[in-house]
Design a protein around this ligand. Structure first.
Ligand code: NOJ
Length: 504
């Protein structure tokens, strides 16, 4: 480690803070996408309707710019070109997701769609040609509508459906896919789609549906882990994890003990909701979550809590079911004090936290929620190390939105500052981060924001039937970074107007 530190330590900044630029030996880099956001071909070759098709077609006004995923980036047809761009960037791995409705049109295993299998085989072959490892997400939000009609993640039967679907994927693709992610961002699914109307299927059963969803989703995740572990791992020798997202919460005033305590509660409600059951020795939902929801439920006159702790069987069954801690991280928000957040519905997850939060922090991006706070990333990683037993970590998403600038200095600065923060905690705090995934290869269908918020290294012209992809300056930044395994110091990537490396 000492030699690594000497090699990595390039300079001490004016603020006296060590500035690391070099990535450790063996650290890997990738980019991510998700099926519904890029594939298009929404009703082609046997694919059935998913919950996002249903939402965008039946309530188009819910999407900021009225776009949808019908064609998206047309990656169903242009996957070979996408792989060429990945090869140009020089990534070690490509994270993408499988469309459940393309593989199993009814959602169940009664019919496996041969064209769905063919498509992903072709993509996997194209990646193998270029020596790019696949990192594959089984579920990135595009649930077959037929399963939603049965209640979706609020239905305990989903545990079987998800296991059966995953079984098909392991069987068909597991000889070539050695890294799996079961579920992407369970918080966004349970809170935004079941506890609110921010994501499809927009159930908005606040304070109730969100907790039903987490019960089923965590059990389903665990069953898929055990299926892989017991049945497939012995032959396929791969690894499997879950990707949990955080908006990291910090106290608005770090000297205020009450705010500090409330920020911890908020982090337990946000990240701990899904991480605590899997990554702690104790297992189950975080105690503070169980207590708060029980108290709120009692105050609401309910005979029992809206969130019940798992029983002993499930606590044990869920514990330890992830080989790595997959973290999707973009931003930090602040906790300003106790109380009910003015935007909280009643009852709701947000009201259950009992804290008031604000997004008034850091620099801005094209997304209201995405504030640029690299120090928050460092603090989140330190917290994960101490809260989750030093679990080995993959950053499975991180990125920045703008309106589609080709000279995207904002993105380059964001990446540079967040990656500096990452290097800092790797070397100074010994946080075990093994790889980094940038969101995203190309501008794509950003859910309810449509194409109005763009996160890509490549610009995608959605008015062009060919969906022309044009590399942005950040594509060259990332390419150079990967080739050298070091943060580029090239003047091309410095916008003299606003270079300001944050303090860690
Ligand atoms: C998280 C999600 O996994 C991805 O689908 C989304 O586009 C990015 N964050 C940016 O919001």
């Amino acid at each position: 480690m000492a030699t690594a530190i000497i090699i990595a330590l390039l300079a001490i900044t004016h603020s006296g803070i060590a500035h690391y630029t070099k990535f450790p030996e063996g650290f890997t880099f990738g980019v991510a996408t998700a099926s519904h956001q890029i594939e298009g071909a929404w009703n082609v070759s046997g694919k059935s309707e998913n919950v996002w098709d249903r939402l965008t077609h039946s309530r188009p006004w819910m999407i900021a710019d009225g776009t949808n995923g019908d064609i998206a980036c047309d990656s169903y047809n242009k996957y070979q070109e996408d792989v060429d761009h990945l090869a140009y960037l020089g990534v070690d791995f490509y994270r993408f997701s499988l469309s459940w409705a393309r593989i199993l049109p009814t959602g169940r295993v009664d019919h496996v769609n041969p064209d769905g299998i063919r498509y992903y085989n072709a993509l996997l072959d194209a990646l193998a040609e270029k020596n790019i490892e696949p990192l594959v997400t089984l579920f990135h939000w595009d649930l077959p509508q037929s399963l939603q009609d049965l209640g979706g993640w609020a239905n305990p039967k989903m545990i079987d459906y998800f296991r059966d679907y995953s079984d098909v994927c392991f069987r068909e693709f597991g000889d070539r896919i050695k890294s799996w992610i079961t579920i992407n961002e369970p918080y966004e699914i349970c809170e935004d789609a079941y506890g609110d109307d921010k994501k499809a299927p927009a159930i908005d059963s606040h304070g109730v549906g969100n907790y039903l969803c987490s019960d089923n989703l965590l059990k389903a995740h665990a069953e898929v882990y055990h299926l892989y572990n017991d049945t497939y791992r012995p032959q396929q020798n791969g690894r499997i994890m879950i990707s949990i997202n955080s908006i990291w919460y910090e106290p608005s005033d770090p000297e205020d003990a009450e705010q500090v305590a409330l920020a911890e509660v908020a982090n337990q409600f946000k990240f701990g909701w899904f991480a605590h059951p899997i990554f702690t020795e104790e297992g189950g939902y975080p105690a503070v979550m169980v207590e708060n929801v029980a108290q709120q439920s009692q105050a609401e006159g309910l005979p029992k809590s809206r969130l019940e702790q798992f029983d002993d069987y499930w606590i044990e069954r869920i514990k330890g079911t992830s080989d790595f801690l997959g973290i999707n991280h973009y931003t930090t928000h602040l906790v300003t004090g106790p109380g009910v957040d003015p935007i909280a519905k009643s009852p709701s997850w947000l009201k259950d936290i009992g804290a008031v939060t604000t997004m008034n922090v850091g620099g801005d991006s094209a997304s209201e929620w995405l504030r640029v706070v690299p120090t928050g990333f460092a603090n989140l990683l330190r917290w994960c190390k101490s809260s989750y037993n030093d679990a080995p970590i993959y950053i499975t998403e991180n990125g920045f939105s703008d309106r589609g600038d080709l000279d995207d200095y904002g993105r380059i600065q964001y990446l540079n500052d967040y990656l500096s923060a990452l290097l800092h905690v790797i070397y100074e705090d010994d946080v075990k981060v093994l790889g980094y995934t940038l969101w995203t290869l190309m501008d794509n269908f950003e859910w309810r924001a449509g194409f109005s918020e763009r996160f890509g290294l490549y610009y995608v012209d959605i008015t062009d039937p060919e969906r022309l992809r044009t590399p942005k300056l950040s594509a060259d930044y990332y390419k150079q970074l990967i080739a050298a395994r070091e943060l580029p110091e090239d003047d091309r990537f410095k916008n003299p107007a606003h270079i300001d490396r944050s303090e860690l």
